[in-house]
Design a binder for this molecule. Sequence first.
Ligand code: ATP
Ligand code: MG
Length: 235
Amino acid sequence: TRSLCDWSSDVCSSDLLRTPLAVLRSEAEVALRSPREPEQYRQVLETMLEEVERLARLADQLLFLSRKDAGLIPRVREPLELQKLAEDVAELMHLVAEAKSVTLRVEHLASCPVRADEDQLRRVLFNLVDNAIKFTPRGGTISVRCEPVGDQFGVIITDTGIGIGSEHLPHIFERFYRVDPSRSSEAGGTGLGLAIGRAIAEAHGGSIRIESTAGVGTAATLLLPPLSPTAASDT
Ligand code: ATP
Ligand code: MG
């Protein structure tokens, strides 16, 4: 894995920071050039707020990654039910899916006790479901399952979305990698979700697996070791 110094140049050379900052500057400059109607100021502020939110999200993700690189993340490790977490996240993301006319359903939740940092796992699952929603066109379906996979426990999120071409699959865990930047920047993505997700999964002794067929759909699986080593095969 690369260090913070290696990838900070990716940030600087990418448009991730420059584009929203340029938008903020030009919006303010244009608005201040001459007196405007209140409605025009409102529009300018709304645009600026959107860009500020994008930057805040990016800053949050970068801070997370830099702490991870420095090995400074305080890690809570508490017993928790993975299926409960999957259910929570699905419930919270339900409205987001609905707003896009995508069906999000929970299919199967077996008891899957793990030892983990709940906030961090939540973050991973949010990104996987967020990805599924973003890259699934209207009318599509996303399903969430939680069950033993081999000797581990898995949360499996499948979608009937646009899929990922095999030439892109090896790269999607790289920081800032997005298959189609024009498309996902509309949805506000920075290409950090899976990099962060993998870091979190690995710190828990687990992994993230993504299988996908372009034009058919994607299955993303978060795998974690069971709380007690024999639990997965017992259930
Ligand atoms: P962020 O998560 O930082 O908001 P993002 O969603 O674009 O941005 P990742 O979650 O790391 O970034 O995903 C990287 C890329 O992998 C996405 O931009 C997209 O091109 C592709 N991808 C991820 N999940 C899916 C999916 N379910 N269907 C199709 N493409 C996907
Ligand atoms: Mg994402």
